[in-house]
Design a protein around this ligand. Structure first.
Ligand SMILES: [Zn+2]
Length: 86
């Protein structure tokens, strides 16, 4: 298994907070690349990204701009499930 077993949760939290900017393409190129890389090594964030992309597709835009408690909880769920399955 090539994935890192213990992605930094703090870093994941930052990724989650930046994901709307990432999808809108408003991140600085440097951060965009850092996130690109993170998604390749962190399955839960990658899953979260797909969910956000789907949300964006359905809603046409991401609202609210900041991470809502629901979104945060949803991500925590994804993350927890992934840890348990690993
Ligand atoms: Zn992550």
């Amino acid at each position: 298994m090539r994935f890192r077993r213990t992605p930094s949760h703090i870093w994941c939290q930052q990724v989650v907070e930046m994901v709307s900017d990432y999808l809108e393409g408003t991140l600085p190129a440097r951060d965009q690349r850092r996130l690109d890389h993170h998604f390749t090594i962190c399955p839960p964030c990658s899953i979260y990204l797909s969910q956000m992309r789907e949300t964006l597709r359905l809603a046409g835009k991401l609202v609210p701009e900041d991470l809502s408690p629901e979104m945060e909880q949803e991500f925590t769920e994804v993350y927890r499930r992934w840890r348990e399955e690993s």
